[in-house]
Design a protein around this ligand. Structure first.
Ligand SMILES: [Zn+2]
Length: 418
């Protein structure tokens, strides 16, 4: 190469490097559906006025009516049945594509994180109807969304439906109206993909690391031999893609959910019936009792998965990324106060113990829970994992005030230890 050409070559290279680095520092394109743009622009597109995880059916309906109005005919809402107590169960349909994807959330009434995320997703689509990415998505896929399959459970903030049935153990007997509705929708539409959306205990660690399990994934088994069928392998690929996306934001906080076969559960059966199904469980995050960060991750994850299904890019995902995920370990405490002496006002002998606290929840309220802790275990907790540990050797506390199950403000614990 002559000097002239070499210098031009160097100049050109520098120009390209400058251009590329300038482009990467540009703000995310509006409506662009790569995970980074979705993550960065979340606050612009999420549904802002959701009251929180204690949202009930009446509020959900208000949001749906408002969203449908904003969607200008792009979304239809069908009442596909009623809960045991008579609340409507709604199926939202977006898009006209061949690839059908079914999402159902909150079949356990006290597991609301994904319901909020699904509303965020609808809000995103509604606000980006002009974006080429969203138009492609609506052309390639049909999104079938059942937010809040168990509205009675949401009303009473309990796992079960109003009859006391765990809908996720009712896939075979179909004794609850909610289970029959889910089965009916699945059989009617025969979706290629399914997303079974739950919350799990917010204080499980990743294996023995002491790190919180934020999200658990599972491509459920179809039999007790753990057989891989083409349908399940597809689900595993989507789970692997989701693992890749999540690893950017919460590396080391992702687990694989227990994959032993549960013959009564919906995920396992829907997989068996031919819909590639992925279970997503929202776990916990520090200082996020309402799981707003995990709601955002659900949104990014699901929109990324939809895009990957629309463009078939999930097919290239490396299944081992999902299969080698660690499982969750034994429950983790929020706080352990160690070495404290509990003194009874009664005739009970005093004892030197550790007190383990988990996130407390004020009854009937979702706010104000930020600083509330609940006494969860008392005794030798020297081997227990915890987010925080306070040494309180030599301090005395009242046994009555720290009984199992008591809710106590963090500030008040600190004050008593002063
Ligand atoms: Zn659940």
């Amino acid at each position: 190469m002559s000097h002239f050409f070499r210098d031009r070559f160097i100049l050109k290279s520098i120009f390209i490097i400058v251009l590329v680095s300038a482009m990467s520092s540009f703000p995310a394109l509006a409506g662009s559906m790569d995970p980074r743009s979705l993550y960065d622009s979340y606050d612009t597109y999420r549904l802002a006025d959701v009251s929180g995880p204690r949202m009930k059916h009446a509020e959900l309906i208000q949001h749906l009516e408002k969203l449908q109005h904003e969607m200008k005919g792009v979304m239809s809402i069908e009442v596909v049945g009623r809960s045991a107590e008579g609340r409507t169960i709604n199926l939202l349909t977006l898009g006209t594509g061949k690839k059908k994807i079914l999402f159902w959330s909150q079949m356990h009434g006290d597991e609301p994180t994904a319901t909020m995320a699904l509303l965020d997703i609808v809000s995103y689509v509604g606000k980006n109807l002009g974006s080429p990415d969203v138009q492609r998505l609506l052309k390639e896929t049909t999104l079938l969304i059942i937010p809040m399959l168990n509205p009675d459970g949401a009303e009473h903030f309990q796992r079960w439906n109003a009859q006391g049935i765990d809908i996720n153990r009712d896939a075979l007997r179909l004794q609850s109206p909610e289970a029959r509705i889910l089965k009916k929708v699945r059989d009617q539409h025969i979706p290629e993909f399914g997303f079974n959306l739950h919350d799990m205990d917010a204080r499980l660690p990743v294996a023995t690391t002491g790190k919180l399990a934020a999200i658990a994934l599972l491509a459920p088994a179809i039999d007790s031999a753990n057989t891989d069928t083409p349908v399940r392998v597809k689900a595993k690929k989507v789970a692997a893609l989701i693992t890749e996306v999540l690893s950017r934001y919460i590396p080391g906080h992702i687990v694989r959910y227990d994959d032993s076969y549960e013959r009564r559960a919906f995920g396992d059966n829907i997989q068996k019936w031919g819909t590639s199904t992925v279970l997503i469980e929202s776990g916990g995050w520090k200082d996020d009792p309402d799981k707003l960060f995990l709601r955002k991750l659900n949104y990014v994850t699901l929109l990324s998965a939809i895009t990957a299904i629309a463009g078939k890019t999930y097919e290239k995902a490396d299944i081992s990324k999902y299969e080698t995920l660690p499982e969750s370990g034994k429950k983790i405490f929020d706080l352990i106060v160690s070495g404290v002496t509990l003194v009874s006002s009664d005739t009970l002998p005093s004892a030197t113990v550790d007190i383990g606290f988990v996130q407390g929840r004020a009854r009937g309220r979702s706010s104000d829970s930020r600083t509330l802790l609940q006494v969860s275990d008392v005794g030798d907790l020297s081997t227990s994992p915890t987010l925080e540990r306070w040494n309180a050797e030599g301090k005395k506390l009242s046994m009555e005030a720290f009984r199992l199950g008591k809710n106590i403000e963090v500030d008040s614990i600190a004050k008593k230890l002063r």
